[in-house]
Design a protein around this ligand. Structure first.
Ligand SMILES: Cc1cc2nc3c(=O)[nH]c(=O)nc-3n(C[C@H](O)[C@H](O)[C@H](O)COP(=O)(O)O)c2cc1C
Length: 163
């Protein structure tokens, strides 16, 4: 089972959190993940993937314009329909809009026909509501949350994967 992560990242925070998600995915037997900046996506790998997680910095209370523009045109061409979708964000403030950024991404993924998932409260603690948000500058304090998110997304993707 393959899982792709596509992120926007100007100063590296959102790219860094993708690596923690990959560590969590790797804890699931038979699962692998790769992360791509929206500037350099391996389209073949994303098309082969059973799940797509999208990451964005929080800009002005929600997702970046660059990520919004990417979401408007790209995923539908990457065979995402019917697959598992998820989203995460990084932000500077706990009240800065990370949740809304995630909600906007999940809306796009649903419109493209994806089944969106986060694990919610179904897996106990830590409860992951819409998706994980890492607040800078101490991003490493969110590492385990992002690993757990990656593991849960991979476990769910394994359940619906045909491979
Ligand atoms: C133009 C701009 C707008 C931002 N707006 C917000 C915001 O509304 N809320 C917030 O919590 N952080 C905001 N931030 C902080 C970024 O979300 C945060 O630093 C993020 O981790 C950067 O991700 P990156 O290193 O992957 O580019 C903003 C940063 C920039 C550059």
């Amino acid at each position: 089972m393959k899982l792709s992560i596509v992120y926007d990242s100007k100063t590296g925070n959102t790219a860094k959190m993708a690596e923690y998600i990959i560590e969590g995915v790797a804890q699931v037997a038979g699962a692998e993940a790769k992360a791509f900046s929206i500037e350099s996506i391996d389209e073949a790998y994303v098309k082969e993937s059973d799940a797509l997680i999208v990451g964005t910095p929080t800009y002005n209370g929600y997702l970046t314009a660059r990520m919004k523009a990417w979401l408007e045109s790209a995923p539908v061409k990457l065979n995402v329909a019917g697959k598992l979708g998820g989203a995460y964000a990084t932000a500077a403030f706990i009240h800065g809009g990370g949740d809304l950024a995630i909600q906007c991404i999940l809306t796009h993924l649903m419109v493209d026909g994806m089944m969106v998932y986060s694990s919610g409260q179904a897996k106990g603690m830590p409860v992951i509501h819409l998706g994980p948000v890492a607040i800078g500058p101490d991003l490493d304090s969110f590492a385990e949350l992002f690993r757990i998110y990656g593991k849960r997304m991979a476990e769910q993707a394994m359940q619906i994967s045909s491979k």
